[in-house]
Design a protein around this ligand. Sequence first.
Ligand SMILES: [Mg+2]
Length: 405
Amino acid sequence: MRFVRFHERAVPISRYSDPSIPSGRLTTSIVALTTDVTREGKPVVGYGFSSIGRFAQSGLIRERFAPRLMNATDGALVNASGTNLDPFCAWNLMMRGEKAGGHGERCVAVGTLDMAVWDVVAKIEGLPLYQYLANRAGVVRPSTARVATYASGGYLYPSDDLARLSDEIRALLDDGYTHVKMRIGSSPLSVDIKRIESALALMPSANYLSVDAMNAYDPEQSVAAAAALAPYRLWWFEDICDPLDFETLSTVAASYPGRIAAGEALFSLAEARLLNRYGGLRPERDILQFDPAHCYGLTGYLRIVEELRRCGWNGTAFWPHGGHLFTLHVVSALGLGGCEMNPMSFHPFGGLSDGMGPPMVTPHRQKHLASVLKQRRCCTDSFASFTSDAAPAETAVCMSGFEAI
Ligand SMILES: [Mg+2]
């Protein structure tokens, strides 16, 4: 039982539903790992991608980490009972010979392949990923488990920004989302305040809107923004300053009364420990957003969750970055706080299904999704697997990204 073939390709993705709007030439890697295991006469293939926001990792995947998986001796990656491949064995093999530190974007390359490995083992087991992961983690979950989700978007438009932002927020609310996250930090604070007030005019309450500064603020700007935003009582204030500027983050946390969200741009257990120790975050209030693909994959993410739980954080504080089906399965399996969704951006990977993007919504489908997503919840039981052929209607958007390989 082993991997016999891999494919990787860099594909473009965009922060906007309109692909003509420049989005910084953002890309992501998609990978396929083929095994010598067959089901119904076909080899079992696992799929993964580099999540969103960190560009493709083609060189590291092709030259370093995928060959290590391909060159594993027969049986080296098999679990103790000999019934399946073991994602932890695969992860250890990929990291063999790597020195401590120097996470760079190595963690994203490993995480991309790790996603495909978890997809493979769930498929060999014949279970949806969330069910396989919950079983493995010993999590007892009700058969109708639901996951809290929110809609992520609100990037600055190059023209006619306020009107287009309002249209976007309105569309997300029409899709059934109750909670929305928008971006700030790429305009002067006075402009962002106007953008926030435009969005709030459409929301039932400020407590339904969070803002993400995308780590743009320097120390002085961070403190000024926190002071300006505090009276609005927003849902949360995310990615305030440089991800490793724990001094500024702790200064803001000492005075900002609302929730702070952080961790999206930290990629290792060592960095998560530093955030916990020096970031000044408040476990009873704040939000942790480590990305299960970016921080050395789900295998690395599980170690972060386990460690921070030991340090006093509740599982409900974890709302992972990503906004796609893989994170949805992880949140469901581990009983975490909730899941980001990108229904209008990062096509074909964002959102829940082919019905979420307004250009693709049929009236019937829209109505169905609105009812399912009321109370910002969705049911993962309708997904047969993260990328299963058995659920094409639910995973068509995600699968279309893999068709090229
Ligand atoms: Mg963010």
